[in-house]
Structure formats: C-alpha cells, structure tokens
Design a protein around this ligand. Structure first.
Ligand SMILES: *Cc1c(COP(=O)(O)O)cnc(C)c1O
Length: 411
C-alpha cells in the first residue's frame, strides 16, 4: 500500500477527529489499545475533578451530591449500547476474574442440574483458573471443568448440558467466535452460555439481547480506555435477572445497604451483582472515557478497526522484509477481532526494539507479537510509519540485542 492511499483513507475517515481526544506522547504509535487503552483528555480532567473538587472539597457528601453511589449503574448503562443490551442489564463492578465467580454462582443457582463448565483450552487463563477454583470449592457437588480444543467445541456442546464459558476474541490469535451461532447451538442442547467480551467491547458489533446471551463479562481497561485496572462489567441477559442469586452478596448488592439489616435482601435489579464499595476514582475515569463512544455505533467502530487491520496486513504482505513474521491470525477479517498476531522466534526482542522507537505492541508467550487496532486514536498513516520502523528493525536485527534476552515481568 502506498502512503498516498493511506493519506486518502485518513481524509475519508469519519472517526479521525477522535484522535485529538487522546493524550498520547509525541512520536508514539500505540498499537496496544487491546491491552491498556491510552489516556483520554476527558479521563484526565474528570479524575482531577473527582480528586480535588469531589473527594477534596465535598468529602463524604459526594456519595450523594456527585452521584458516586449510582456510578456503577450509570456506567453500566453507558456500556449497554456497546454490547447491544437494554438499560438495566449491565453493571460496572470489580474485575473480570471476580465477576466470573459471581456469574458462575448465579448460573449454577439457576440451573442446579448442570454439573459441568465447558470451555476451550486456549481460553484466557483467568477464566479457566476461576472455573477450576469454583469447581474445587464445590467439590461435593461434583462439578467438572472440561477444556477442549476449538475443533471439538461443537461436539462437546451437543454431548451433555453444561455451562459454556467462552471468550469471543482469542487473546493470542485474535480469532473471533460466532456468538450468535454458538449461543443458539448451546441453547438447543440445554446449555447456558457465559461470554467474556474483554477483547471485544469497543471494537466488535455486539447484539447480546438479540442473540439471547445468558451472561457476559468484560474488561474496562482495554479498548474502552478506562485506565489501568479499570473496573469490569457484568451483563445478565434473557430473564436471568429475575430472582438471580450470586454468592458474593455484599452490602452494595443489598436492596437497602444503609438500613444495615442483619439479613441479605437482594436489590431487585442489576445492582445485586455488586459486592463491595465501588472504586470511584477508577470508575470516574472509565465513565468519562465512555462519553467518547456516546455518538458512535458499534458497526462504525468495527468497520474502522477492520479497515486499519486490513491496511496493515496489506503493508506487511507487500514487503519481502516481513516474510519471517508469520501471520498467526485469521486472514479473513470477518473471522477475527481488532488484532493481528504474527509469530517469530524473536518476537520479544522485536516488540522491545519497536517500543524503543515509539511503536507499542506486545508479546505473548511463546513467540507472538500482537498489534491492536483501536479505532479512535489510530490513523492509517500511523500504520505506514509503523511498517517503516518495523522494516528497519527486521533489517538491522536490533532485536537480537542481549538486553532483550531477559523478559520483563509484564510482556
Ligand atoms: C484482559 C482479560 C481479562 C482480565 O481479567 P481481570 O480479572 O479484569 O484482570 C479477563 N478475560 C479476558 C479474556 C481478558 O482478555
């Protein structure tokens, strides 16, 4: 692809104006929004205001005066359109890991005959760890966790009713599962589905209500730019909210927390999926970042991110210099999320070399280099510059430098 073609794509890009909403350092090309979204101007000023004006001046009165107590639901309602959910079905709370535990407990409570959690062996490890921990805790109920290869998934779903736990977009390869089709198949075989949307929300065209998804969880700090450790969310679909019961029934999920009654009575709505006090500083940063998405449709976000990844793939395909980087993502754009992965024996060194030159990607064990295509702050010309810097590195082999021999804690 020529520079002029990419400049033309930028000039026609209806989302180009969003770039100025972000506070990225000069000469930085950030292809890591799939791991930690960058800071927005809105989150910065909102966090400062929350610290100084609200916490600083209005102190504890802020719980009422600034709506802190309602923030988990306020944010949940802003998340809802991004996943195709009605208002009142989404709550912002805790981490994905903790939320999975709550959702398992709700799903098993509602479907006491089910004895199995079915997932993929390639699923994000925290999902599998929480499933195993949950099953071990309930060992006397003989709950098993079955982890199968993707090629065996359909067969496993049709063989025995289970709680099917899947992540739509694979964090290693970027491959995307078909939520609508798998959910339909699962329901036909009396299974219940839990979808992890951590690598989906903000970049995929999601319609959870229409697809009859039972439960979903997802992340606030990736494509949503909510900040490091931003709180996650829970979606409760179909009629699963009525009488839903979850095990981490803390006071913030109580119908009237400030009555301080001895016995738990659940909030009638989605608030019952909260446990403890919400992290207001983090949640305010996410809340502000979400305002950027207010006027955007999920189709528009998906279209731009695919157009970015297709352009990048064209740049990679057109140069012999890149032949050692093997595409580890589906070539068909419809079968992947907003990410491209390439495998190379020295992927870690390449990632570190790129970062020294202002190009952010990340590395995943054992040999994967990931590029994330966030639609709101990347331009097409950014991709051109990235490909030039990557070409330099592949030619001068700076990735072989000894200083990259030992990996950092976070890769
Ligand atoms: C990032 C990610 C998580 C993160 O979980 P936390 O508990 O919020 O840290 C979970 N699942 C998937 C699929 C992810 O990509």
């Amino acid at each position: 692809m020529k520079l002029s073609e990419l400049e033309k794509l930028d000039s026609q890009d209806s989302l180009a104006k969003y770039k100025e909403e972000f506070l990225l350092p000069e000469n930085t090309i950030y292809l890591n929004g799939n791991s930690l979204g960058p800071l927005t101007k809105r989150s910065k000023s909102r966090t400062e205001e929350t610290l100084r004006e609200q916490w600083g001046n209005d102190l504890i009165g802020s719980w009422n005066k600034h709506g802190w107590i309602d923030l988990p639901l306020t944010v949940g309602n802003k998340l809802a359109p991004l996943i195709g959910a009605k208002q009142g079905r989404v709550i912002c709370t805790d981490s994905v890991s903790v939320n999975l535990f709550k959702v398992f407990s709700a799903a098993f409570h509602r479907n006491p005959d089910l004895r199995k959690i079915l997932s993929l062996e390639s699923n994000f490890p925290t999902d599998l760890y929480i499933a195993d921990g949950f099953a071990e805790l309930l060992q006397y109920q003989n709950i098993t966790v079955e982890k199968v290869a993707e090629s065996e998934l359909d067969h496993a779903i049709t063989s025995e009713p289970a709680i099917v736990l899947l992540t739509q977009v694979d964090f290693r390869s970027g491959a995307a599962l078909d939520i609508a089709a798998i959910t339909e198949l699962a329901h036909k075989h009396n299974c219940v589905v839990i979808w992890d949307l951590s690598h989906s929300i903000g970049v995929m065209d999601l319609k959870l209500d229409n697809w009859n998804v039972d439960y979903a969880v997802g992340c606030g700090y990736k494509y949503l730019n909510g900040g490091p450790g931003a709180p996650a969310f829970i979606y409760i679909g179909n009629d699963n909210l009525a009488d839903a019961k979850q095990a981490l029934q803390g006071w913030m999920g109580h119908k009237a927390p400030f009555e301080f009654s001895t016995n738990y009575v659940a909030n009638p709505g989605i608030n019952r999926f909260q446990s403890g006090t919400p992290p207001i500083l983090s949640m305010a940063a996410l809340d502000a970042a979400l305002d950027l998405f207010a006027e955007l449709g999920t189709q528009e976000l998906r279209k731009k991110s695919l157009s970015l990844s297709e352009s990048f793939l064209a740049l990679m395909d057109s140069q012999e210099t890149f032949s050692e980087l093997k595409l580890a993502s589906p070539r068909n754009p419809q079968l992947r999320g907003a990410q491209l992965s390439f495998s190379h024996p020295e992927a870690y060194g390449i990632c570190q070399s790129l970062q020294e030159k202002g190009v952010y990607t990340d590395f995943r064990n054992p040999d994967v280099l990931r590029f994330g295509f966030s639609p709101l702050f990347l331009s097409f010309v950014d991709l051109y510059r990235c490909s030039q810097i990557l070409a330099e590195i592949m030619l001068d082999k700076s990735y072989k430098n000894q200083k990259f021999a030992y990996k950092n804690k976070v890769t």
